[in-house]
Design a protein around this ligand. Structure first.
Ligand code: A2P
Length: 282
């Protein structure tokens, strides 16, 4: 990978730009200008979700931008209460209309239903997946995947699907490498995307990160993002600040050596968002 526009193949023959622009916690009022700044800085992969409340504003940026829609990889996610066959089909239509586009490049189930709160969690996730397969076959979405799914949730889909998910988007940053889920996805030929690759901003207080930033003459954010890219994970850094948006794209003029990759792999318990797929109340 040499630029943020370079692409990683997906199992269905499409491909995904190796860095995306995250919009979790970006208020709708700031999302249009943030996405326009990202497109200007060279990002071609924009990640949003119905739950973020900014799909309309993201769509507005795509409409205003000089970059053509075909050159942009756009992801959105089905929100939890919309899980189910019919509800998924209509939620996708609502997202398409908010985003002012006639297709989504990647549609994800935002969170799995899980056993703690749903006796029928497997069935529910499968009903939703059946709708995802329909949307894919109809061409409304060009790739389909999961988010925050752990191996047992993926295995349920794997054993019962016609079309395997192409992606799992999980929290991924130094201190949270999620080795088990990453290995499982790799074995299933699924690409991993990393949300909160900067540990929601909390990674900046970790002394080892500061030491590495000084060693490479890069920012802590750039070290985190480079680590993800070297792992073959697609990071989705969020920022509303144009200088940071540009800085987060400048990670292809250096590489972390093997010992520093291991050091980052071994960092424990820093930056966790606090969100756990096994204990999500909604
Ligand atoms: P802001 O949006 O105000 O620029 P994550 O992607 O892990 O969820 O982290 C997002 C947080 O990190 C936001 O608070 C964002 O602030 C901040 N951030 C993004 N890029 C940088 C950067 N290069 N340097 C410092 N903070 C950053």
């Amino acid at each position: 990978m040499n630029t943020i526009q370079d692409r990683i193949p997906l199992s269905n023959g499409t491909s995904i730009p190796c860095v995306g622009f995250g919009t979790w916690k970006t208020p709708a009022a700031e999302a249009t200008s943030a996405v326009l700044a990202a497109l200007e800085a060279g990002y071609r992969h924009i990640d949003t979700a119905t739950a973020y409340g900014n799909e309309q504003a993201v769509g507005e940026a795509l409409r205003q931008s000089k970059v053509s829609r075909e050159d942009i990889f756009l992801t959105t996610k089905l929100w939890n209460p919309d899980q189910g066959y019919e509800t998924t089909l209509s939620a996708c239509d609502k997202s398409l209309s908010a985003l002012q586009t006639d297709y989504i490049d990647l549609y994800l189930i935002h969170w799995p239903h899980d056993r703690k709160y749903f006796d029928d969690w497997q069935q529910k996730n499968l009903e939703t997946w059946r709708a995802f397969e329909e949307l894919y076959k109809a061409g409304k979405v060009r790739a389909i995947g999961l988010s925050n799914f752990r191996p047992r949730h993926i295995e349920n889909i794997r054993q019962n699907c016609d079309i395997m998910p192409m992606v799992d988007q999980i929290e991924f940053h130094p201190g949270m490498p999620q080795e088990e889920t990453v290995a499982f996805c790799r074995a299933c030929d699924m690409v991993i995307e990393g949300w909160s690759p900067l540990g929601s901003g909390r990674i900046f207080d970790v002394p080892e990160m500061q030491t590495l930033a000084e060693k490479y003459g890069k920012s802590i954010a750039q070290i985190c993002l480079r680590w993800a890219v070297q792992h073959g994970v697609v990071p989705l850094p969020k920022s509303v600040t144009p200088s940071r948006i540009r800085q987060n794209a400048e990670i292809f003029d250096f590489s972390l050596d093997a010992s520093d990759m291991s050091l980052l792999d071994g960092l424990t318990a820093c930056g966790w968002s606090g969100l756990d797929p096994d204990d999500l109340v909604y």
